[in-house]
Design a protein around this ligand. Structure first.
Ligand SMILES: Cc1ncc(C[n+]2csc(CCOP(=O)(O)OP(=O)(O)O)c2C)c(N)n1
Ligand SMILES: [Mg+2]
Length: 413
């Protein structure tokens, strides 16, 4: 046995000597040189996993997975979408200053990760309704920057033919854009009832703010949604302010994910698009299992003031805003993650940034150059059956007879 081992060691030693003679093994200095001249990573990973922050949950036995997978294509798509929304909003701010956009205008900068994350999890049959802070949502649901920007500037190429503006944005499966705070919550619950009765298999994403969360109609909607186990994902976009009032000054309880009491909820980092996407998918699955509504509180932040008349600095410090921009920006977070894991390179992002720049130039040129609607269109698009120049209710004591008004009713009138 001992002999056999000695022979083996001897043979291996000979082999090694032979190898040293024939093969060249680099020395330490040579290895260092190779490292110095090493070309940067050329290829990329196609899919990687990330650990995201644990979720805070309410009345849920299971929770969304904190190890999330991201493939290169999806990551770049989300980056591009967030980037387009950011740039569209910055362009809108400029156009507003130039008086090309009039009326109300509420920007979504800082909150892009919420809409983009949810949209990435949505399926064809799912629907969305949101507040007036809806430019990003409209872009995502219509997939048209022209439809948005032309509407903002009052041009016929806009989604409401330029007659609605910032708070009248709609698209397939996107029900606006609601100017009355909280009004979208019962409407979204109604849409969920539609999904259930018509067996569409869809889920209604009903998006509202932290300020709206205190409205009575929100709690009435919660009640009906749970009573009938409707497929609705209530999304509270908590940007920590309602106009100039901080959540601490407006809400007795700022844990919005628990405010449904009997409805389960999750608090999500709304600045992390991957966490948002994961939770939105979890919300869809929850509804499809017939468990009824769920609340997702998205912890997010708006960089601009409430609307164009609010500089956004009277009720919060400039430092607060710049700290969020620096440390929590949803676009930067995604980009850094993808670069650090070789999912993509700086070059990929530069290419996308250039594409977005060109897209924005085209959209702005169109928004400035396209025609406004003419006076002939004044009364069109008010009623489902267009009534051209006869708008009901403009003249005092006017009696309106529809085709359905019965003879008996006509006689009384
Ligand atoms: C019923 C109603 N009350 C008041 C207003 C005026 N108003 C417009 S936005 C707003 C604050 C809403 O804040 P929040 O729900 O947090 O949404 P955010 O603007 O932060 O997205 C208020 C009070 C309104 N439009 N409708
Ligand atoms: Mg708010």
């Amino acid at each position: 046995m001992l002999l056999a081992r000695g022979t083996l060691v001897h043979t291996l030693g000979c082999l090694w000597k032979q190898l040293r003679k024939t093969a060249h093994f680099p020395t330490v200095t040579e290895i260092k040189k190779i490292e110095e001249f090493e070309v940067p990573f050329q290829g990329h990973n196609d899919e990687v996993s990330f650990e995201i922050k644990p979720f805070i949950k309410h009345k849920l036995e299971t929770d969304p997975c904190t190890t999330v997978k991201l493939n290169r294509e999806d990551g770049l798509k989300m980056y591009k979408q967030m980037n387009i929304i950011r740039k569209l909003e910055l362009a809108a701010a400029q156009l507003y200053q130039d008086k090309k956009i009039r009326g109300f205008c509420h920007l979504y900068t800082g909150q892009e990760g919420v809409a983009v994350g949810i949209k990435s999890a949505m399926r064809e049959q799912d629907t969305v309704i949101s507040s007036y802070r809806a430019h990003g949502w409209h872009y995502l649901m219509s997939d048209s920057a022209v439809s948005l920007m032309s509407e903002l500037t009052g041009k016929v190429t806009g989604c409401s033919r330029g007659k609605g503006g910032s708070m009248h944005l709609y698209a397939k499966n996107f029900f606006g854009g609601n100017g009355i705070v909280g009004a979208q919550v019962p409407l979204g619950t109604g849409i969920a009832l539609y999904h259930k009765l018509q067996n569409t298999g869809g889920v209604s994403f009903t998006v509202y703010g932290d300020g709206a969360a205190n409205q009575g109609q929100v709690f009435e909607s919660f009640n009906m949604a749970k009573l009938w186990n409707l497929p609705v994902v209530f999304v509270c976009e908590n940007n920590h302010y309602g106009m100039g009032t901080s959540e601490e000054r407006s809400s007795a309880d700022i844990e919005y994910y628990r405010r449904g009491d009997y409805i389960p909820g999750i608090k999500v980092d709304g600045m992390d698009v991957l966490a948002v996407r994961e939770c939105a998918a979890f919300g869809i699955a929850h509804c499809l299992e017939g468990k009824g509504p769920i609340i997702l509180e998205m912890d997010t932040y708006r960089y601009h003031g409430h609307s164009m008349s609010d500089p956004g600095t009277a009720y919060r410090t400039r430092d607060e805003v710049s700290l969020v921009r620096k440390n929590k920006d949803p676009i930067t977070i995604l980009k850094n993650r993808m670069v650090s894991t070789n999912l993509s390179s700086d070059e990929d992002f530069k290419t996308i940034d250039n594409e977005v720049k060109v897209l924005l130039e085209d959209v702005i040129t169109k928004a400035k150059g396209d025609p406004e609607p003419t006076c002939d269109e004044f009364a069109i698009d008010i009623y489902q059956m267009n009534c051209q120049d006869s708008i009901r209710g403009c003249v005092p004591n006017e009696v309106f007879l529809s085709e359905e008004t019965s003879l008996h009713e006509r006689a009384i009138l």
